[in-house]
Design a protein around this ligand. Sequence first.
Ligand SMILES: Cc1ncc(COP(=O)(O)O)c(C=O)c1O
Length: 276
Amino acid sequence: LASLGVRVMGVPMDEQGMQVEEVEKLLAQLQRRGELARVKFIYCTSYYQNPTGLTLSLARRKRLLEIARKFSRKHRILILEDAAYRELRYDGKGLPSIKSFDAHNEYSVLTQTFSKPFAPGLKLGYTVMPQDLLTAVLRQKGNHDFGSANLCQWIALEAMKTGAYAKHVSRLCKHYRRKRDVMLTALQQYMPEGVQWTIPAGGLYVWLTLPAGIKTGPDGSLFEKCLENGVLYVPGEYAYGVDAPRNHLRLCFGQVPMSKIRGGVKRLAEAIRETR
Ligand SMILES: Cc1ncc(COP(=O)(O)O)c(C=O)c1O
């Protein structure tokens, strides 16, 4: 987005997901400076976020919608609710979407994809959005990709009609849940003191916070050591704008084979010990 000239402003997270009171503060600040008109939407990954694995709490879902409504006096500020990981749920009953509280379908756009729960190659997704945006969005999408492939849409439809889709999602959840558990158990077993991580209830990611002095970036010795030892992680600084903290990293348990997770975490822990 930044490369398109779009200014992205971030807010901090805690175990309940995005700190929505910080969103409110930010919007109030922009309003005082007369810059609110520049705000187009609030982007939020509401379920098992990439990269932290965190989920926005129920109370915050409702509050975020109130905030969007409150600041939509002169122009509408939408919430873009990216629910890409929603169906990959391993614990609990799952929360209602932000969209479900948007009773008149006015302030939020819900997007979901077949990439995560079914097949990335289909390149299909879907949205529930305010009626008045639909034509503009369809035109824009058509200009970008000339429309989604017809064959892929028929495949997705057929899979849903026959129950193959639901069956596949449930198989994936079972499989990923086991992988997540293997990763969390290995983290517990091998990580040195001072390392913290999130416990995702779904999705594909675990977010690690290392002691402040350890840098996870691509030009640091931890990253190099890990690469030498066949471990690849995403440096946390890529998930921020300027002034990013340098001591975070994202692990993904999605693509890596089950049998390699434990050893990978062990080698990562060794590299952290050595770097320290
Ligand atoms: C939060 C989030 N939204 C959307 C996507 C992409 O979905 P799609 O493959 O449908 O473009 C990703 C992919 O990594 C993601 O992490």
